[in-house]
Write a protein that binds this ligand. Structure first.
Ligand code: USQ
Length: 382
């Protein structure tokens, strides 16, 4: 299949490009280095230096023999979108091209406004370009479990059957984001759903939980092919941060009580979920929603796991319950369904002690690159 990955330089975009090209698909990637630029601007550089997209593509070609086509430009600009869609003619589009950080979206007015304009305009352009240049193509859009928030009822897979005064109707599951970033993802879903109804697009919206992990089948043993691995307060997701903190002797930064529970997944499973969605497309006129995670943990449980595994590796890991810089429930009910991707054939890579130990050991090899001043950056929601 001809697959266009928007945001193909990112934490998920680049490993997806390698994974799908290794699976025999023809892959094109588009990116404007937005993520790299805001990392630089906020002094949130990742643990590994990533070669630019042209070099990554060359290194991957040398390792695997597979070609990936690149388009460098800004997907909020229609002229660039038009050029990419016309020349690549995708059969499937993976839309990762968004500002992905909740803390960045809460940093200041400028960051908030960039998050809104980038995320919504790219989503709108993807919709317009698909209709104009490839109306049969399948859009796979990365959403987030955070769209649902933490309601006091079970979370269904995207939709909710509501009975009211003796009548029934199916609605998008109620959403309430915990950050501006999460709120833009809710707006994306609304845009997609509107145009699925208007123009019979085919869309899969993947509600993904926080991802962890470093090595994939494609980058193993070749650090120049690693995706960005952030451990700073802006772009680092919680488990990746805890691993780096354990390695550099920084007490694990549990925000508040640590009863915040989320659905986690290994980056290898992100790749599997996206590939399964692409290879089993949604129907025309369907907005298909999957909850994309493999297991749930509270933040406190995660910290305790990292502490146990780290101490077994002779690290001296402490846990620090610090004042929560975010506005979120620190203890809550959480029971999200996640059967759709399993039914498509997903075989989860669970978070075992061995998986954790392997991550800790890999990061230990790069211990002297860790900059502890990036761990707490004092970004507050209030
Ligand atoms: N947390 C800590 N300590 C830390 C960092 C985070 O206790 O040092 C807590 C947060 O308060 C939050 C939870 O861990 O309750 C998850 O935080 P996170 O930074 O790993 O994840 P989040 O900001 O929600 O965003 C990440 C990705 C985002 C994705 C989302 C999925 O950056 O792109 O959409 O995970 S979800 O969390 O399900 O919305």
């Amino acid at each position: 299949m001809r697959i266009l990955i928007l945001g193909g330089d990112g934490y998920l975009g680049w490993p997806t490009a390698m994974n799908l090209s290794a699976a025999g698909h023809e892959v094109g990637v588009a990116d404007n280095y937005f993520r790299r630029n805001i990392c630089r601007e906020t002094n949130a550089e990742p643990l590994f230096e990533a070669p630019n997209l042209h070099d990554r593509i060359k290194i991957w070609k040398k390792k695997s023999g597979h070609e990936v086509k690149s388009f460098i430009g800004d997907l909020t600009q229609w002229s660039f979108v038009e050029e990419v869609f016309k020349s690549f003619s995708p059969e499937a589009i993976i839309h990762y091209a968004e500002q992905p950080s909740a803390p960045y979206s809460m940093l200041n007015r400028r960051a908030a406004s960039l998050t809104i304009s980038n995320n919504l305009m790219v989503t709108a352009n993807v919709i317009f370009a698909t209709r104009e240049f490839c109306p049969e193509a399948h859009i796979v859009k990365l959403g987030t479990m955070g769209e649902y928030g933490t309601p006091n009822i079970d979370i269904e897979e995207g939709w909710l059957d509501v009975e009211h005064n003796g009548r029934a109707h199916k609605f998008l599951y109620p959403r309430q984001g915990g950050s501006l970033y999460h709120t833009t993802k809710i707006m994306d879903t609304d845009l997609m759903w509107f145009y699925v109804r208007m123009w019979k697009l085919r869309v899969t919206d993947l509600m993904q939980g926080p991802v962890y992990g470093l090595e994939t089948d494609e980058n193993k043993g070749e650090p120049r092919l690693y995706q960005f691995f952030n451990y700073d307060e802006i772009f680092g997701t919680v488990l990746n941060r805890f691993i780096v903190q354990a390695v550099c002797g920084f007490p694990l930064t549990v925000f508040g009580k640590g009863g915040q529970t989320r659905g986690f997944l290994n980056i290898k499973d992100t790749l599997n979920c996206v590939r399964l969605s692409i290879e089993n497309p949604a129907d025309k006129g369907e907005l298909r929603i999957f909850n994309q995670f493999t297991e749930t943990f509270s933040i406190k449980e995660l910290a305790e796991k990292v502490q146990r595994v780290g101490n077994d590796l002779n690290l001296d890991v402490e846990i620090n319950h610090m004042e929560n810089p975010r506005i979120e429930a620190e203890e809550h009910y959480y029971n999200p369904k996640h059967t759709g991707l399993i039914e498509l054939g997903l075989e989860p890579n669970f978070l075992t002690d061995d998986v954790l130990a392997e991550m800790v050991e890999t990061v230990m090899g790069f211990r002297d690159r860790i900059d502890k001043s990036r761990i707490i950056m004092n970004i507050k929601w209030f």
